[in-house]
Design a protein around this ligand. Sequence first.
Ligand code: HDD
Length: 663
Amino acid sequence: MVKNKKDEQLEQFRVDDRNQKMTTNQGVKVSEDEFSLKAGLRGPTLLEDFHFREKMTHFDHERIPERVVHARGFAAHGEFELYESMERYTKASFLCDTSIKTPVFVRFSTVVGSRGSAETVRDVRGFATKFYTQEGNYDLVGNNIPVFFIQDAIKFPDLVHAIKPEPHNEIPQASSAHDTFWDFLVNNQEASHMVMWLMSDRAIPRSFRMMEGFGVHSFRFVNEQGVAHFVKFHWKPLLGAHSLVWDEAQKISGKDPDFHRRDLYDAIEKGDFAEYELGVQILAEEDEFTFDFDVLDATKIWPEEDVPVKLIGKMTLNRNVDNVFAETEQVAFHAGNVVPGIDFTNDPLLQGRLFSYTDTQLIRLGGPNFHELPINRPVCPFNNNQRDGYGRMTINKGPVSYHKNSLADNTPATSSAEEGGFEHYQEKIEGRKIRNRSDSFRDHFSQATLFWNSMSDAEKTHITDAFIFEVGKVKSQSVKQQVVDTIANINVDLAKVIADSIGTKPPTGNGSDVTKASPALSQENMVKKPNTRKVGVIASRAGDMNELQNTVQELKEAMLNVEIISDKLGSIGELPIDHTFLTTDPVLFDAIFVASMSEDKKFKKESDRYVMEAFNHFKAIGASSSATAILVGKEGSPGVVNSGEGTAFVDAVTAHRHWTREV
Ligand code: HDD
């Protein structure tokens, strides 16, 4: 079923090869696809075998360069619906007319790792959305962290060189835990705020479906009257933002390197669509200078308590791609793709991005016609005088390909603003050409401290441990010391604990006097829901079948996803066994419930391993009355529940993690 205008467009390009005859790319039917053409049964292969040549040549050219950053990604289609008209602020029609459902395509990614790297590494996540609006494509190319490492795009190549694997040995893959990254931080302290986020739980999300998204920069909304407001964009997941535990994340990297894409793909296939509300923080132009930071500085947030986030619509990701290469790999995002009503600011990071994205697509997608690829095409008409180039698909008719002309009545014609033409916001600019930055960009620590102050105790522990893990892997004693001294500017006690663990001298410096906190920054304060949480139910064939059936039923009614684990595949009564102890792992579940035990020693040992691992990762653990023996030594611990306690197990799963548990 074709779902929307974008889907309708893609449908024209879909091909189903099933039940078709095999042909060459020239349409000639192929008679033999097993053996190349040879001179004699044991003779050499002949050059005239055009089918062999074509098949091999195409294969030899199957790969394209991976993205220089954000190489590992996964995407889905969906729709955006508006709650209320924003016409007071913007003339973008998809944000004014609540009857419009805008098709979207969203690609999530890690930043540092190469295309085949694991997905649960400690990293920023890309959250790039293409809105196929009736006025052209609008791309919101954001991350799951609201700030960035640097203030000026000229430093982006340096940042990426420092965080990617070190060039002399290409180690480590997909990780910031190495000398060059931390050397970058201490010599470019504008990264301090972002590094606090990177060391926090935000960098190890539980799921793409449980992750916030941010446009990061201040953009501009411009309304029909030409009045502008600054705006920051947020995506708020309806399931709340939640994270893995670092030890668990590392183990998942081995057990299931595809953990995040599998989660999103499976959820969509099941009909558990990923949902996010679009939020905007809006600031009048005259309030530009009311903060103790510069609104053009991408290393700063606008605290939600100071500038509330207004939720204006909802995005639902409801369809997986048909072909990952054609869609996810060939999609070309660009922070510069805007529509009338949305405009840029002078944020020097944003300004530089406006150059980089088209430039990178030219090398990655091999020429200037990548906008014609099905996934990149706008759903509204597009006509201009651009012509030719590699891979051109459009057949432009007629002799005229220039403006102005009389032979085609001066068409394609430009449009006035009233007719929907994009007119850049007429911001007044004055100044000297200068290579420097404003003094208002020089405070690199206050918001890093604000972030630290806003964390719960558990989150602070995770950040501390993450610093010790990462900086502890740095080989240079000098860099380690400089990191400790840099962190002292954020919080001196944090710096002291790190110093004590990684063998440096205690920090010099007195710390920060920022006492402000922003509760909205803590994931502990976010909505928590049971929906789609994955429970591994351990069951033995010898157990009570009816009890198992009832347990599974109850958990499913509570919106949890249940998978049955046993020693062998097969079924227990009517219920199929989804995994053996070996084909899955406790790190792949949100909670473990032991429904029944077996006398078999190996079964017991494996069940103990599952329960222990879940316990160590602060997950909910439950057992039926016949299996409570498995909880011995853990009873009374937060999130450990036996079945006599009603909905307690579901509540324990809903709580996400039980950080006060002593492990
Ligand atoms: Fe970028 C890709 C997000 C700064 C240059 N970026 C890329 C993607 C995301 C972001 C989500 C992946 C898009 C996809 O899935 O295809 N980038 C950001 C954010 C930034 C940011 C939120 C800061 C606020 N980026 C940034 C700077 C530059 C770039 C400062 C260079 C001046 N980014 C690129 C790029 C990439 C890219 C080299 C690599 C692949 C691509 O564009 O398509 O152009």
